[in-house]
Design a protein around this ligand. Structure first.
Ligand code: PGA
Length: 248
C-alpha cells in the first residue's frame, strides 16, 4: 500500500487546555519518515482549536472542527460557529453529519447546507454517514446510506470530501462490523458515489470503536483510506499505537 492513510482524532467534548500538550509525542511521530503516509488530523473542541493550531504549526498535522453552522453569513445564532470562523482561525477540516449531531440538530438537508458552507470557505469536509442498529435490523442500510449521500451532497460537485462510514451501532460500543460486511458496505458506498455524485476516487474512512486491538484486523481492508477515531484518540499512547500498527 502506498496511499496516504487518514487518522482523524475526534475528541468530541473531551480534553482540556492541559491535554493539548499530550499531543507532542504524536507531533514527533508525524515528523518520522517512516510514518509519512499517515495524515493525522485533530478535531478537538472549538475552544482548543487555536492551541492545537499553534502546537502543530511546524508539523504536517492538520486541524479540524467537529461541526459548523449552516449559515454562510454571520447572523444571530447564539452559541454557533460558522465555517467562516473555523477557516479564519486557520483550521482546514470540519466534521459534518456526525450521528451524535444527527440525533439533535442535523438532518440530510441541514447537513447539505453545512457542507456547502464549509466548501465555500475551502474547508475539507469529513462527511459522516452510517445506519442505526434499528435500520440495520430492518435491512435498510443501503437505503439509508443512499439517502444520506445523495441528499447530503445535493448540488455539490467537489473533491474536498472524505466519507466517514460510521455505523451508529458501532460508535462507542466496542462492537465493529466483520471485515466482510465492512468491505461490502464500503463497496456499496463507492457504488452510490459513482452513480449519484461527481466525485472522482472518493476517500472513504471507517469510524466506530477503532482501538489498539481491532486495528490489526481493520487495516487488512485495503479499500479503507483511514480511520475516524473517537475514544482511543484521546489517549496519546493508544492513538500512536493505532498509527504504528496500521503503517508498518
Ligand atoms: P469511537 O467514536 O471511536 O469512540 O467509537 C468514533 C466517532 O464517534 O467518530
Amino acid at each position: 500500500m502506498t496511499n496516504n492513510m487518514f487518522f482523524i482524532a475526534n475528541w468530541k467534548m473531551f480534553g482540556d487546555i492541559r491535554s493539548v500538550n499530550s499531543t507532542k509525542k504524536v507531533i514527533k511521530l508525524s515528523k518520522n519518515k517512516k510514518y509519512k503516509r499517515a495524515q493525522i488530523i485533530y478535531c478537538p473542541p472549538y475552544t482548543l482549536l487555536e492551541k492545537f493550531l499553534k502546537i502543530t504549526k511546524k508539523s504536517k498535522i492538520k486541524i479540524g472542527a467537529q461541526n459548523c453552522h449552516y449559515s454562510q453569513r454571520p447572523g444571530p445564532f447564539t452559541g454557533s460557529i460558522s465555517a467562516n470562523l473555523i477557516k479564519s482561525i486557520g483550521a482546514n477540516y470540519v466534521i459534518i453529519g456526525h450521528s451524535e449531531n444527527r440525533i439533535s440538530e442535523d438532518n440530510n438537508h441541514t447537513i447539505n447546507l453545512k457542507i456547502k458552507s464549509a466548501l465555500k470557505e475551502k474547508l475539507k469536509v469529513i462527511f459522516c454517514i452510517g445506519e442505526t442498529l434499528n435500520e440495520k435490523r430492518r435491512n435498510k442500510t443501503n437505503l439509508v446510506l443512499k439517502n444520506q449521500i445523495t441528499r447530503g451532497l445535493k448540488n455539490i460537485k467537489n473533491n474536498n470530501i472524505i466519507f466517514a462510514y460510521e455505523p451508529v451501532w458501532s460508535i462507542g460500543t466496542g462492537v465493529i462490523p466483520t471485515n466482510n460486511s465492512l468491505k461490502k458496505q464500503i463497496l456499496n458506498i463507492k457504488k452510490i458515489i459513482n452513480k449519484f455524485c461527481k466525485i472522482k476516487n472518493p476517500k472513504i474512512i471507517y469510524g466506530g470503536s477503532v482501538n489498539t486491538k481491532n486495528i490489526t484486523e481493520l487495516k487488512k481492508i485495503s479499500l479503507i483510506n483511514g480511520f475516524l477515531i473517537g475514544g482511543a484518540s484521546q489517549n496519546t499512547k493508544n492513538f500512536i499505537d493505532i498509527i504504528k500498527k496500521t503503517i508498518n
